[in-house]
Ligand binder design. Sequence first.
Ligand code: NAP
Length: 482
Amino acid sequence: MKLSNVSLFKRKCFINGQWQNAVSGLKIQVINPATQENLGTVPNMGALETQQAIQAAERALPKWRNMTAQERARKLLAWHKLILDHQEDLAQIMTAEQGKPLFEARGEIAFAASYLEWFAEEGKRIYGDVIPTNQKGRRLIVTKESIGVCAAITPWNFPSAMITRKAAPALAAGCTLIIKPASQTPFSALALVALAEEAGIPAGVINVVTGKASEIGTELSSNPSVRKLSFTGSTPIGIQLMRQCADTMKKVTMELGGNAPFIVFDDANIDSAIEGALIAKYRNAGQTCVCANRFYVQEGIYDQFVEKFTKRIAELNVGNGLDNNTDVGPMIDEKAVLNIESLIDEALSHGAKVRVGGKRHSLGGAFFEPTLLSDVKAEMRIAREEIFGPVAPVFKFKTEEDVVLAANDTEFGLACYIYSRDVGRIWNVYEALEYGMVGVNVGVVATEVAPFGGIKSSGLGREGSKYGIEDYIEIKYMCLGL
Ligand code: NAP
């Protein structure tokens, strides 16, 4: 890591405007997945420090909530500017702890900043209503208020963007926040919050607690002072947290796992589909919730697609994300590699074929070869589970009806992709697919201006866009008798 501002590399948590260690003094180590080196430690906090953070957020709430939306927007825009001013340092920290190539990390920092700009503006447009009365002598008015103290639990695959996607609407709406980042990538979260402090966001408005996930999560989801929990992570933990939130009737937003189909019809532009497939599959070494998980290619172009896609995959450079020519970095850890190996082994034992890759990379550690498997069948585990790695299973299909049935045959419903040049087919398939997001002739769908989120076991609620702020707002109604 080459940082021009080393003070961004924080090793303490941020509670009530103070940089703190765990009361116990315990720490957790953070490992660079490319080199397996110890990058440093962060506090191993638990319920006690989480309670302190919740109390700080409660104390900070009245003043922050009573500021005008413009005043809050100015702070968020100052934070946005500081993030972009420190884009390179933030990207270096992210690549060191997460592994993604630097160009992707720089892109994520810009993406993370974009939520602050977007919601700084949206915060000014939280309009109420005046409802035409149904009774003489009465006036009906709807106002909107910030929901209060909120909690955010975030994953390691997008260590910065998953934080601002929650923090920006929360703060813009007048809420205060406690963030629990993933244990593999806490330094990105702490660096972001150091910049929030520099931007003048008052003490207690934003707090970060690192450490024991289940203790911190239990406190955040059961403490009655927390009115909303936004979680991005795996479906089983999301379900558990939702259960824990039920007793105190919290609002929840759940951004969970996916199993995205990527459908290529005979009439598609094959070269463009391959470029889209590369980015939809191998970005972040296949570790994104919207990664293409199942490739369905129509029989007329199947052989041509597999041949060309295999050739392009073989050209991808695997390496340390800090090297400029790296296209695909390491997996996050050994557990992730073991999971991919077991999915591939099971598929091969049932007749799938490796066209390229298929094993650990010669670099060793958590590096895995970008892989393509053909002759994959719907019953195989690799077709049913979220792969979360650089492995593309390819299926052959005959008709539009067949592929829609296969694509929807999953508990998940986050993102999916279609490649076709037939407008009628695009509309029919778009309407038949049970997913929250559909990319048509594109391999990336996420942007701060559009609603991100899924249905079925992929979650509840939407982040980004004009909808993303709604979960941080309560509706209040006045029935005024004259
Ligand atoms: P994860 O294991 O569910 O962890 C996510 C976060 O939850 C981490 O901060 C983790 O903390 C915390 N956590 C773990 N156990 C907890 C508990 N019992 N109570 C409270 N918090 C707990 O998921 P992951 O492996 O980091 O992330 C990958 C998953 O996230 C994939 O399924 C992916 O699809 C999904 N994802 C979804 C979206 C979306 O927008 N839909 C975006 C990105 C990722 P520790 O790190 O300390 O364990």
